[in-house]
Ligand binder design. Structure first.
Ligand SMILES: Cc1cc2nc3c(=O)[nH]c(=O)nc-3n(C[C@H](O)[C@H](O)[C@H](O)COP(=O)(O)OP(=O)(O)OC[C@H]3O[C@@H](n4cnc5c(N)ncnc54)[C@H](O)[C@@H]3O)c2cc1C
Length: 486
């Protein structure tokens, strides 16, 4: 029986895994490997925590089926070459990444390995459609979501989900450099992740549990509840999707089946509202694939001339630590620190405060998110930040600056979200919970709050910082030719 290396990357699952399936279909003996190569694919601290546990879960599943997962470290081309020699593998299969530079890397690997007689093949396992398969009539990539979504709905996923696998042949040889999981040093040294287990269980089995619980309890109300951060109204599938523990194709099919089976009125509309969000992920990956510079530069090139502040170190720190004095923002940043995740509505608010009211380059906020989110995803993150800062595809226009107090009163009307993540404020009456700086002194002291002692005053005035942001935006427009994109 010939052997094939299965190179796991962001596809840490056994079901709907084209690379694994092709080896089994061809009667080859699969040798599953994972290569930790942080120089090639940098990873933030919270994501590294997730990765550690996800690899552990995948390895346990493989072992239960009679196989194993071999963990390697270093330059992926070198590690794979050695693993192929050690195991006398005749083929190398993997599921593609569409991140910047990955297509070129894959082409290099294929060329190099085929010169050495190793057959290579890669597959799309992360997206509903390969980004090359969706384009406008003139063949150019989409930059606006709605027509992209209409095309995606019409086309649907490129394939049906693939089955899982039964018992696997036991690995009769292993790569000599295989290491124990702890040698990859993925867990933070300082114990910052101590609460993460209360919020998350990485791995394919728990991804499915999460999806099924969401379908049973929340999907029907998704459109109404998805913007309320105090509720569990969204699926919380983002880290599972990022690490490929479940695929967008599987979600698409399962959600459509749910909509057909569920008799309640509104099931079809609820399913569509949810799949539309999954399609935003597809759109973000489509954009990053076609415009790879947008990982850290604005899609709207006028914003290269945006007059950001330079003296922002203290404000950036206050924002990161959840000490801006604006409760809804601080609640979001503290939720992020404690759990590695933040609700989408609050991500938009904290991004708007950073890039507009504080005039700090959005890239600073994006970098903090990449380090602290368990679902840190270059495509979704760059897209979300550019959308919020007004410089991305289909972005919120710059002049629409969120007022975090108005937003908080609308989406956290009784203050439960703020009270959960900023417990100092929990005794404050609803009237003041989103703007403690306006509360009369007796109300503050009754609630045990002493501004600038146990909770800060706002680091910016929302009104004057809004005017400053609009003035900066006008300056940028004047500097760029006719205010047009160049
Ligand atoms: C500034 C900013 C930064 C962001 N950074 C990331 C990131 O690093 N990683 C990440 O996965 N998402 C990011 N998002 C998008 C979004 O906030 C999260 O995907 C969502 O909050 C995840 O929660 P959920 O799984 O419960 O979402 P649900 O509402 O249940 O949505 C289901 C899935 O659809 C996708 N999705 C939903 N909303 C979006 C969106 N606006 N853009 C792209 N995909 C979406 C996600 O994969 C999500 O898991 C960011 C948004 C903003 C505004």
């Amino acid at each position: 029986m010939s052997r094939a290396l299965i190179w796991f990357q962001h596809d840490l699952r056994l079901e709907d895994n084209p690379a694994l399936q092709v080896a089994l279909k061809r009667g080859q003996h699969p040798i599953p490997v994972y290569v930790h190569d942080p120089a090639e694919t940098p990873i933030g601290a919270a994501s590294a925590w997730w990765l550690h546990h996800s690899l552990d879960a995948l390895r346990q599943r493989l072992r239960a089926l009679g196989s194993d997962l071999f963990l390697l470290e270093g330059d992926s081309a070198v590690a794979l070459q050695r693993a192929a020699q050690d195991t006398a593998a005749e083929a190398l299969y993997w599921n593609r990444s569409y991140a910047p530079g990955m297509r070129e890397r894959d082409q290099r690997l294929s060329r190099k390995f085929s010169q050495n007689g190793l057959h290579t093949e890669s597959f799309n396992a992360s997206l509903l459609r390969d980004p090359m398969q969706i384009s406008k009539f003139d063949g150019s990539p989409y930059r606006v979501f709605t027509p992209f979504w209409k095309t995606l709905q019409k086309l649907g996923p490129a394939r049906d989900p693939l089955a899982g696998c039964g018992r696997l042949p036991p690995p009769d040889v292993k790569p000599a450099a295989a290491q124990p999981l702890r040698s990859l040093r993925l867990l933070p040294a300082c114990g910052w992740d101590s609460e993460f287990h209360q919020h998350w269980e990485p791995g394919e089995t728990s991804a499915w549990r999460q999806l099924e619980a969401f379908l049973d309890n929340h999907l029907i109300d998704y459109a109404e509840e998805r913007d309320l951060p105090a509720l569990m109204g969204t699926s919380r599938l983002s880290p599972h999707l990022h690490f490929g523990e479940i695929s967008a194709v599987q979600i698409w099919h399962r959600v459509n089946r749910w909509a057909q089976q569920d008799r309640s009125p509104g099931a079809v509309a609820a399913a569509e509202a949810f799949l539309r969000e999954v399609a935003w992920r597809e759109f973000a990956h489509h954009l990053l694939f076609h415009f790879p510079h947008t990982a850290d530069s604005p899609l709207d090139s006028r914003y290269r001339a945006f007059p950001w502040r330079h003296d922002y170190a203290n404000d950036l720190r206050a924002w990161q630590q959840g000490n801006t004095g604006i409760p809804i923002v601080d609640a979001g940043m503290r939720q992020l620190w404690a759990s590695g995740w933040m609700h989408n509505r609050i991500r938009m608010l904290v991004a708007s405060i950073l890039s507009k009211n504080l005039l700090i380059p959005w890239q600073q906020g994006a970098a903090w998110f990449l380090d602290t989110l368990v679902d840190a995803d270059l495509a979704n993150n760059s897209f979300g930040w550019q959308w919020s800062a007004g410089c991305g595809a289909d972005a919120a226009p710059f002049f629409r600056i969120f007022n975090p107090v108005t937003q908080a009163k609308r989406f956290d009307a009784d203050g439960s979200y703020v009270r959960r993540w900023v417990p100092q404020l929990r005794k404050l009456p609803n009237k003041w919970i989103h703007q403690p700086w306006l509360a009369p002194a007796p109300e503050l002291s009754n609630a045990g709050i002493y501004l600038d002692t146990n909770y800060p005053s706002p680091i910016v005035s929302l009104d004057s910082s809004r005017k400053r942001a609009l003035a900066a935006w006008k300056r940028m427009k004047q500097q760029t030719r006719h205010g047009e994109e160049v």
